[in-house]
Design a protein around this ligand. Structure first.
Ligand code: UDP
Ligand code: MG
Length: 314
């Protein structure tokens, strides 16, 4: 019998956790050929999420949990889940029921019978999401696809079932600045895509503000692409050529018409423009250096404060 680990990152999910458990359990109970384990990762929740997890563990032996010492973010939670999972297959699911549990059977069939290493849910649309957020997200995916030369399509999320082989490959990527969508693409493997409708979260609130999404997007770009440095270099070359042309033009003009003291506005504009570009280029370099700095510290990706046991024997 195959063992399947369902990894569920949870951050302040008290309102939805029990309905999630019931819905997923319903589906897992119908999958007679798998022994399922539900592995919840409490990502430093400040509400009663951890209490609910303790109760679930008491009630149902197939539930396990790990609780972080603080909020480390969903990326860290997914890494911890994969690291602690004991299943032959692992699936990552959001706790808010935005990832339909009914797809689990289809996913299992794909990885078990159809020979895929991974089966991923693909969100068909962004129904229920604000227009501005939706536009910004779509634009971001277009940019990152071009910059990183990796397949990171809009709609391809973290909801995927994968073989142990693929999980091990992901765990081998030990970087501190984690960007899972990029890592999935980086490790490769045959992936089957299953489209699903976007639904609003069953209860509670999204944990992503505009600011955190912006930081996440920048992290994605700087972790998987060096194109910003190439753009900075191209801007430097373009400015050099322009300033050369301007210098030659002004020189010729002075030779023919003499030198009247003028051009104050031009000089101020040029100084401001060039300083702006220089600062921008320095900040791009700084971004890469700071990423390197964080990596060089070799800090743990997550810290556990409490867990329900390793689950290795079960
Ligand atoms: N999450 C987490 N840590 C965080 C933020 C979110 O573990 O710092 C979990 C959250 O509990 C949920 C999943 O990640 O299970 C997706 O979060 P959310 O629904 O807020 O994101 P959205 O669906 O709005 O992109
Ligand atoms: Mg959600």
């Amino acid at each position: 019998m195959d063992k399947l680990t369902v990894i569920v990152p949870c951050y302040n999910e008290e309102e939805v956790l029990l309905s999630f458990y019931q819905e997923v359990k319903k589906v897992l109970d119908t999958m007679k050929t798998v022994k399922a384990e539900l592995l919840f990762i409490d990502d430093g929740s400040k509400d009663h999420t951890l209490n609910i997890l303790r109760e679930l563990k008491e009630k149902d032996a197939c539930c396990r949990y790990i609780a972080f010492s603080r909020n480390f973010g969903k990326e860290a939670a997914m890494f911890a889940g994969l690291e602690q999972a004991t299943g032959d297959y692992c699936v990552i699911m959001d706790a808010d029921l935005q990832h339909p549990p009914t797809l689990l059977k289809e996913m299992y069939y794909a990885v078990k019978e159809e020979g895929y290493d991974c089966c991923a849910g693909f969100r068909k649309d962004r129904k229920g999401e604000g227009k501005v957020r939706s536009f910004l997200s779509k634009s971001f995916y277009k940019v990152i696809q071009k910059m990183s030369h990796m397949n990171m399509a809009d709609g391809a999320g973290d909801f995927r079932m994968m073989s142990r082989k693929m999980a091990e490959a992901i765990l081998a990527c030990k970087e501190y600045n984690r960007y899972m969508k990029g890592i999935f693409s980086f490790v490769g493997f045959d992936t089957k895509w299953i489209p699903f409708e976007n639904v609003e979260r069953a209860a509670g609130h999204t944990k992503w503000s505009f600011r955190s999404l912006f930081v996440y997007a920048l992290n994605g770009i700087f972790s998987f692409s060096t194109t910003p440095i190439t753009i900075a270099a191209a801007a430097g070359v373009a400015l050099f050529v322009l300033s050369l042309a301007y210098g030659i033009g002004t020189g010729i003009h002075t030779l023919i018409f003499g030198n009247k003291v003028s051009g104050y506005t031009t000089i101020v504009c040029l100084i401001l423009f060039l300083n702006g570009i220089q600062l921008l280029v320095i900040s791009v370099l700084g971004e890469y250096i700071s990423k390197n700095y964080m990596e060089s510290k070799g800090r743990p990706i997550y810290i556990v404060k409490e867990s329900s046991g390793s689950g290795k024997s079960s």
